[in-house]
Design a protein around this ligand. Structure first.
Ligand SMILES: *Cc1c(COP(=O)(O)O)cnc(C)c1O
Length: 487
C-alpha cells in the first residue's frame, strides 16, 4: 500500500467561477475586445485556465512539495552530482532587492555592486584553482566544457593548426564526448587501467599532432585521484595539445590541490556542485571556466574588468571566441556561490574536501568490511566510490532494483550504471552526519540480504512511492501529468 496520497492535477480540482481574490467592480465602462484588437489576433476560445481559491492553490502545491525529494528533506547520495546541503543564507544573497530589480541591459555605472561580486568571484576561483583568469558566463558544466573546447579550437586556429581529434577516457561523464563532438571534433576513447586511472601506454599510442585536446576529470568518476596527472600533462603538451580539466569533482580537492598547478590549461568548475547552489531537475547551474595564461585572449565576452576603481564590461578582445550566452551568466547562482565562499573563508573551504573525502571513505570501509558489494577500484578513494552490483543482477535484482528499493526506505538512489554497467556510485558529500551515513549503510546491508533471500521481491520495488516503476523513457518523452487522478 502506498503511504503517499495521490494528488490530482490542478485542472481536475478547478471549479468554474471559483476565484482566488475579488477586486472592486470597475467604474470604467466595459468595451468588447473586438472593438480594440483586430479580430484576426483574437483567440476563438478563452484559454482553459484552472479556477481555484487561494487555499485550493496553496494546498495543491504544498501536497506536491511533500512528494518532491530534496536535500532539505533527506540524504541524496547521487554520485557525481555533489548534492550537498544548500545553506539558506545563500538564498538571501540571491534575493537582494537591488539585484532582483536590476535589468541585464542596465548601464555598468548602475550595476557596480553586481559587477564587483562577479569580479571578486572570478578572483576567488583563480585563487582556488590556480588559473590567472576565469569567465563566469557558461550556464552549466556541459556549457563550460563546450566553451573550453571552443577556446582550444581558437588557440590552435590562431597557431595556424587544424587539429580534429579530442581524447577522452572511458570513465568520463557523458557530457565530455558530447561537448567535443558538438564543437566538431572526432572523439577517441582512452581506456582506464586496472586501478581505474587513465592508461598511460594507451594514451601514448593515441597522442599525435591531430589531437586538439585531452579531457581528464580529476578526481575521476570512480572517485580516484589521477596520480599521474602531471605526467599526462607533459605527454599532452609534448604534442602541442590542450589539457582540459573537468573540474566537476573539485569538491574532493578544494583547498588542497589546484588544477592549474597540476598542468591543466583550461578547467570548468560547477558552482552548483562544489559551491553549494541548488541543482537537479535540469537547473539552474553555472560552469565557470578558468584558463592558463596562453589561453586568456580567447575567453568569451563580455569580461568583467576593473578600470580606475570602476568595474566595466569589456568586449574588445580580437581573439575572443565571442559571446556564448545572451547576458552575463547565471547571476543568481553566482551570488549564491559568492555568499557561500565568503561565509566559509579559506579555512572553511579547505574543510569541505577534508570531510567529503572522510565521509566517502568511512562508508566505503563499512560496506567493504561487511563484504556487501565489491568495489572494483578500491584504492585511492576520494569523495565518491563505485560498487559492483553484478551479484544482484545474476538473480534479477541489480543496480536498478537496489536503487528502487532504497526509495522505499526514504533514500534517494545513488547514481546507477555509471561509470560502468551494473554499479552504484555513492557520493555522500561533507554535509552529512555520521548517523545519516550509518543509516544509509545499514539500509544497503539490509538490501544486500534481500538480494540473497527475496530477489523476486526486490525486482518489483519500490512499494512505498506514489507511483511504482515507470517506463522512464516514455515518462520523459510523453509525460501524462494527469494520470494520478485517473488511477
Ligand atoms: C555534473 C558533471 C558534469 C556536467 O555538469 P552539468 O552542470 O550537469 O552540465 C560534467 N562532468 C562531471 C564529472 C560531472 O559530474
Amino acid at each position: 500500500m502506498s503511504t503517499h496520497r495521490l494528488e490530482p492535477s490542478i485542472f481536475h480540482i478547478s471549479r468554474a467561477g471559483r476565484r482566488g481574490l475579488s477586486i472592486p467592480r470597475s467604474r470604467v465602462p466595459k468595451k468588447p475586445l473586438e472593438t480594440m484588437i483586430p479580430k484576426k489576433y483574437l483567440a476563438a476560445k478563452a484559454p482553459e485556465l484552472p479556477e481555484l481559491s487561494e487555499l485550493d492553490v496553496v494546498r495543491h502545491y504544498t501536497h506536491l512539495s511533500t512528494m518532491n525529494y530534496s536535500i532539505d528533506a533527506n540524504f541524496y547520495p547521487l554520485g557525481s552530482c555533489t548534492m550537498k546541503y544548500n545553506p539558506k543564507v545563500n538564498e538571501d544573497a540571491a534575493a537582494l532587492p537591488p539585484l532582483l530589480s536590476l535589468h541585464p541591459y542596465a548601464d555598468p555605472s548602475l550595476a557596480q555592486g553586481v559587477l564587483r561580486v562577479m569580479y571578486e568571484l572570478e578572483q576567488y576561483l583563480c585563487e582556488i584553482t590556480g588559473f590567472p583568469a576565469f569567465t563566469l558566463l557558461p550556464a552549466a558544466g556541459a556549457h563550460g566544457e563546450f566553451t573550453g573546447i571552443l577556446i582550444a579550437h581558437a588557440y590552435h586556429k590562431k597557431n595556424g593548426e587544424n587539429r580534429h581529434k579530442v581524447i577522452i577516457p572511458d570513465s568520463a561523464h557523458g557530457t565530455n564526448p558530447a561537448s567535443a563532438s558538438l564543437a566538431g571534433y572526432e572523439v577517441t576513447t582512452c581506456p582506464s587501467n586496472k586501478e581505474g586511472m587513465m592508461d598511460l601506454s594507451a594514451l601514448e599510442k593515441l597522442l599525435d599532432r591531430d589531437v586538439a585536446a585531452v579531457m581528464l576529470t580529476n578526481p575521476n568518476t570512480y572517485g580516484i585521484f589521477e596520480r599521474n596527472v602531471m605526467k599526462i600533462a607533459e605527454m599532452v603538451h609534448s604534442v602541442g595539445a590542450v589539457f582540459y580539466g573537468d573540474g566537476a569533482n573539485l569538491n574532493a580537492i578544494v583547498g588542497r590541490a589546484r588544477p592549474g598547478d597540476l598542468g591543466f590549461d583550461v578547467l570548468h568548475s560547477n558552482l552548483h556542485k562544489t559551491f553549494s547552489t541548488p541543482h537537479g531537475g535540469g537547473g539552474p547551474a553555472s560552469g565557470p571556466v578558468g584558463v592558463a595564461a596562453h589561453l586568456v585572449p580567447f575567453l568569451p565576452v563580455p569580461r568583467v574588468m576593473q578600470e580606475g576603481g570602476r568595474f566595466v564590461l569589456k568586449t574588445d578582445f580580437p581573439d575572443s571566441i565571442g559571446r556564448i550566452t545572451s547576458f552575463h551568466g547565471q547571476v543568481g547562482i553566482i551570488f549564491r556561490a559568492y555568499a557561500y565562499m565568503r561565509i566559509l573563508g579559506r579555512e572553511g573551504l579547505r574543510r569541505i574536501s577534508d570531510f567529503a573525502v572522510l565521509n566517502a571513505n568511512y562508508m566505503k570501509a563499512r560496506l567493504l568490511a561487511a563484504d556487501a558489494f565489491p568495489c572494483p577500484y578500491p584504492k585511492g578513494t576520494m569523495h565518491e566510490f563505485v560498487l559492483s552490483t553484478a551479484r544482484g543482477k545474476d538473480v534479477g535484482a541489480g543496480a536498478t532494483s537496489i536503487g528502487k528499493r532504497l526509495l522505499d526506505f526514504g533514500f534517494y538512489a545513488p547514481t546507477v550504471h555509471f561509470p560502468i554497467p551494473e554499479c552504484l556510485m555513492i557520493e555522500p558529500t561533507e554535509t552529512e552526519s555520521k548517523e545519516t551515513l550509518d543509516q544509509f549503510v545499514d539500509t544497503l546491508l539490509a538490501i544486500r540480504k534481500e538480494i540473497d533471500e527475496l530477489p523476486e521481491m526486490l525486482a518489483e520495488a519500490p512499494y512505498n512511492t506514489p507511483l511504482r516503476r515507470l517506463d522512464e523513457v516514455t515518462a520523459a518523452r510523453k509525460p501524462v501529468v494527469c494520470s494520478p487522478c485517473e488511477v
